[in-house]
Design a protein around this ligand. Structure first.
Ligand code: PLP
Length: 414
């Protein structure tokens, strides 16, 4: 039986005395699988751990999906786009409010990202604005976007019924970026299983880790085989090295997959713990009027609460602006957020502003964007709080009391 560390933090090891956003936590089983790999000399990017980890992941996500373990979540986004035939001259719609890894592979393929803003309930892709963007791209370019990439930020499910309805209406395939949404559910179905392809990440700070790694959720065995082909340098079935297409070195190592197998034994416990931490924040921060903890808008959207986030309410209610803004300006986290982050840091507590939207990133300044002000407001006013298995009751009380102190003193006042 797996431990559920509801009260006590898992050991912080050499990171002691500082509370991090989300530290890796080992089950103790990982070493066994790694040892097995060494004992049998499977120290290569394939082998029994890779196969078993994929089987574990297939059982975990369900829906008869087929999973390929990869070197990173970013590789999974890239291979998803390759599988959908995204190439030069194509446009791909991507949630603007995300980590750059959702969007960069679009550029790897020589395609153009088109950014769509978020809606205020989930902080994820706004389905209405998605349709506005699709119509406008068709009008402007005479061509449909080639794919849609919604993201489950901080674990929160996106409005998938609405997004999939738009995607189906225009017959555009979806690549779900569930890198942060491992184990989150929408109407009982695992995130990452709604679109044509789903992306998972096992980077060091994610819900479970393989030190670095990812996986792609595929619709069927045929797609899985084709993904494996591209992930292993597109080597054709010849007795010598024959290449007819461009491939990549994206497979997961058998050592990393051993860590993944061990992590799968605590995946459910990790998710429960993150959800428990979020529940505590909601309860313990409820009486601080200046902030709100972001929570799932509907019971059927079950967030894994990978990271709990708060929003300083100084911008007023989080609403869509009636006009598409679209014009670029310098946007930064507001003063209160910056000084709260600094003051918590001085108390040994790591926090981080929410993602800076892609449409505000210098590297994407020329990308077409459909903006409603929501992600800009979130970037200005949001902060991620420590959330992993290394946050126990004692850590929570410390974090909450420091936040309270901040708002009780003049720092938090305008
Ligand atoms: C972590 C992350 C990724 C990329 O995963 P890697 O495994 O780090 O390559 C992609 N998208 C989002 C939203 C992420 O948070």
């Amino acid at each position: 039986m797996v431990i559920i560390f509801s009260k006590k933090a898992a050991s912080r090891n050499d990171y002691m005395n500082r509370i991090y956003l989300c530290l890796a936590h080992m089950s103790g089983e990982e070493q066994k699988y790694i040892q097995e790999a060494f004992d049998t000399n499977w120290v290569v990017p394939l082998g029994p751990n890779v196969n078993a980890f994929e089987t574990d992941l297939e059982a975990f996500v369900g829906q008869n999906k087929h999973v390929v373990a990869l070197s990173a979540g970013t590789a999974a986004v890239h291979l998803g786009l390759i599988m959908l035939g995204v190439g030069k001259g194509d446009e791909v719609i991507c949630q603007s409010f995300t980590f750059a890894a959702s969007a960069n592979p679009i550029v790897y393929q020589g395609a153009t990202p088109v950014f769509v803003d978020s809606e205020p309930d989930t902080y994820n892709m706004d389905p209405q604005l998605l349709e506005v963007a699709i119509k406008d791209r068709i009008a402007k370019t005479g061509k449909k976007p080639k794919a849609i990439i919604p993201v489950y930020l901080y674990g929160m499910p996106a409005k998938m019924n609405e997004i999939m309805a738009v995607a189906r209406k225009y017959e555009i395939p979806v690549v779900e970026d569930a890198a942060e949404g491992f184990g989150s559910k929408y109407r009982g179905q695992m995130c990452g299983t709604f679109g044509e392809y789903g992306v998972l990440s096992f980077n060091g700070n994610k819900m479970i880790t393989t030190s670095g790694g990812g996986a792609i959720v595929c619709p069927d065995e045929e797609a899985k085989k084709r993904v494996m082909f591209f992930a292993t340098q597109a080597r054709e079935a010849y007795p010598y090295y024959q290449h007819e297409e461009i491939g990549y070195n994206y497979r997961m190592s058998n050592i990393c997959a051993g860590i993944g197998r061990g992590q799968m034994t605590v995946a459910d416990a990790h998710i429960k713990h993150h959800q428990w931490v979020h529940e505590q924040y909601v309860k313990l921060l409820a009486d601080i009027p200046e902030i709100e903890v972001h929570s799932s808008p509907e019971a059927y959207m079950e967030s894994n609460y990978w990271l709990s986030t708060i929003r300083v309410k100084s911008d007023g209610a989080l609403t869509r602006q009636s006009q598409l803004v679209g014009e670029r300006k310098v946007v930064e986290p507001c003063k209160i957020v910056m000084s709260l982050q600094k003051s918590l840091d001085a108390q040994g507590i790591e926090t981080r502003p929410l993602w800076k939207p892609m449409h505000l990133q210098p590297v994407y300044k020329d990308a077409p964007s459909y903006i409603n002000g929501v992600s800009e407001s979130l970037f200005r006013t949001g902060l991620c709080l420590p959330s992993g298995p290394c946050v126990g009751e004692q850590e929570l009380l410390h974090i909450v009391s420091e936040i309270r102190k901040f708002f009780d003193t003049s720092h938090g006042k305008k």
